[in-house]
Write a new protein. Structure first.
Length: 349
């Protein structure tokens, strides 16, 4: 007898609720420093609480939840249990340098969920809800999520897809612009990889700019990276040998205007944005579902918080990027042969 469609949907929603409970617990573990305290060995609830300055009863409940969900292995009996990461979990949950590090993704989603009332009001009015309204969890987790890719892959795997640009950056003094710089990790990665390069990093969010400046200072690169709180459309510091815009074009309320400014400032522009399907198809794959989730909760309301926004949304398709680039005056647009789970890379110019 065919399964009741309502039961199928109910089972899917229940499974999503279970997964959401894991996401919430992961976000707590990331925020409270539990994963860092667990790294490298066994830990009792008392030891975890002492190491993190948290309550022992709450730490025990969190450890049990993580063990029940399979992220931690547990030894001992009740009253004497000790916990450690299950195989593979430490890399994903605690190693902030690993390409597989995903704890910040949980923190992002929980931050978004905490602002559903404001987003609902944005949906009612069409006036949007800005990125800044999501607070520190959102901007810090976004920066932490992108950090490993920038530090490990940008100079070694992504830029080699443009050999002429790589040669220029390698051979002599060069100037780079990073548009929508976030936490500044792309700028840091390039300054480290190319000792003769100087980078101007641009962002509009005040707290994000402060975060980027702290990261640059801690990296000891203040002499070669300058972080500006400035609209790229008003920047007059070109020409640049390379202009980059990573994972931000879909957020911009005026993407064509921004691309026009990038075109004026440099002969080569590298844009990376979401790798969704070429056309809308329902149902979609997991990447498409995730991008629409981000669009509904974060990116579209943020874009629409500016008047007369293009309101692109996170599901920015290849044809949309190409149309924006053509309108901005770019004659040459190429999709680069770079493998990435969620980003597509475009060379403009």
């Amino acid at each position: 007898m065919p399964e009741d469609p309502a039961e199928t949907v109910a089972a899917r929603v229940f499974d999503a609720a279970v997964a959401t409970s894991d996401v919430i617990a992961i976000a707590l573990g990331d925020r409270l420093g539990y994963y860092r305290a667990l790294a490298g060995g066994h830990c009792s609830p008392g030891e975890l609480a002492e190491a993190t300055g948290t309550d022992e009863r709450c730490a025990r409940e969190w450890l049990e939840q993580q063990a029940v969900s399979g992220f931690l292995d547990v030894t001992g009996t009740e009253g004497d249990r000790r916990y450690r990461f299950a195989p593979g979990a430490e890399t994903v949950l605690a190693d902030h340098d690993a390409l597989a590090y995903l704890s910040p993704l949980a923190r992002q989603l929980v931050s978004a969920a905490g602002h559903v009332p404001q987003v609902a009001e944005a949906f009612r009015t069409g006036h949007g809800f800005p990125w800044s309204g999501h607070g520190a969890d959102m901007r810090e987790s976004q920066a932490a999520l992108n950090r490993p890719g920038f530090l490990h892959l940008l100079a070694s795997e992504w830029l080699p897809a443009m050999p002429d640009v790589l040669a220029k950056l390698t051979d002599g003094p060069t100037r780079i612009a990073d548009v929508g710089c976030g936490g500044g990790w792309a700028a840091i990665a390039l300054a480290r990889a190319f000792p003769h390069a100087s980078v101007d990093a641009y962002d509009l969010d005040r707290a994000t700019v402060e975060l980027a400046r702290r990261n640059v200072a801690e990296a000891g690169l203040e002499d070669r990276i300058t972080v500006h709180r400035q609209d790229i459309g008003t920047a007059g510091a070109g020409p640049y040998d390379l202009v980059m815009a990573f994972e931000c074009l879909h957020d911009l309320p005026y993407p064509v205007r921004a691309l026009e400014a990038m075109h004026r400032l440099g002969t080569t522009v590298l844009v990376a944005d979401m790798k969704v399907a070429d056309s809308f198809t329902a149902p979609g794959d997991s990447v498409e579902r995730l991008m629409y989730g981000f669009s509904v909760a974060i990116c579209l309301p943020d874009s629409m918080s500016s008047p007369h926004s293009a309101a692109t949304g996170t599901a920015i398709r290849r044809s949309t990027v190409e149309a924006y680039a053509h309108e901005a005056g770019f004659d040459r647009i190429a999709v680069l042969p770079i493998e990435h789970d969620t980003w597509r890379f475009y060379r403009l110019g």
